[in-house]
Design a protein around this ligand. Sequence first.
Ligand code: UDP
Length: 344
Amino acid sequence: MKNGKSKLVLVAGGAGFLGSHLCDALLSEGAHVVALDNFQTGRKQNLRHLEREPRFDLVDSDIIKPLPARLRSKKVKFDEIFNLACAASPPHYQADPEHTMLTSVVGTHNLLTFAEATGARFFLASTSEIYGDPEVHPQKESYWGNVNPTGPRACYDEGKRAAETLTFDFDRAGRADVRVARIFNTYGPRMRADDGRVVSNVICQALAGDDITVYGDGSQTRSFCYVSDLVDGFMRLMAYEGAFPGAVNLGNPNELTVGDLAQKVLAMTGSASRVVSRPLPVDDPRRRRPDITLAKQILGWSPRTSLDVGLRATIAWFSDERSDASKAPRAPTMLHGAVAARQS
Ligand code: UDP
């Protein structure tokens, strides 16, 4: 609520995995929400339950292009803008790397100038990928990262680094009130079965009885955060009223190897799938775990959902999805061999 009136919020990427959960959380707090999506990876079905919600609107548009005129109308005054618009799984963001880079750079610039014009607070969904293959562990916000600027992940990593640069420059120039979250690996209901990331791949493969694809020897680590915890972090960071804290890590510090994750999902699903090894993608980070001291201090935030509880909910959701066979495309795996080698 602002001056007794409910807030008007724009969620770019609102039909995506994270965006749709954020729309739900904002609506449940009484906000009016406009979701904007180009449906590259976002899906209308993530928002179907909001079709009759009078405080919700969905706009089909790409943030690379000028925002639709009806949003830019002087009569519409947004209080907050969340930029969650970007393909985020390696197979999806690498499918059109030029578009990925432009989404982060041109798209973020479009939304920042819109925030400046409308006086809205701006939130950038940045990523742990800006740390690249980190030489510092766990990763603190003060770490500058170790990113290959010319490899196949660069379109996403360098794009998000540039998006942070633009956002910090708008802050320094007093042009917008900004918040930047660095999001670590997140999972939960509404991930796409064909997302290509490890949690959705392993669960879908286990439920289908397909081979579980572990890239490399499975000793690389990640730290997985359940989606509702992450969205709670978004809301707290956007509402934070202190001085600009810089970028803030949001993720679950509970680190495990990819091999252990596969075994856990196999045990939880009771699947008879075999674990098979596939080549490690180019520039795949060896280790990743957030240091969330800053989020704890300034937001009083830390994740509450254990991996067991979160995986159980995610497995149940994918299992329901599978009951409609047409909704269950096979889990895609990374491009290996010739294409990956050319990109390295
Ligand atoms: N991975 C895997 N099997 C898969 C998909 C991914 O072993 O079917 C690995 C991948 O190589 C990486 C880790 O799991 O080491 C996490 O990959 P994901 O794509 O989920 O996220 P990111 O690499 O962006 O952290």
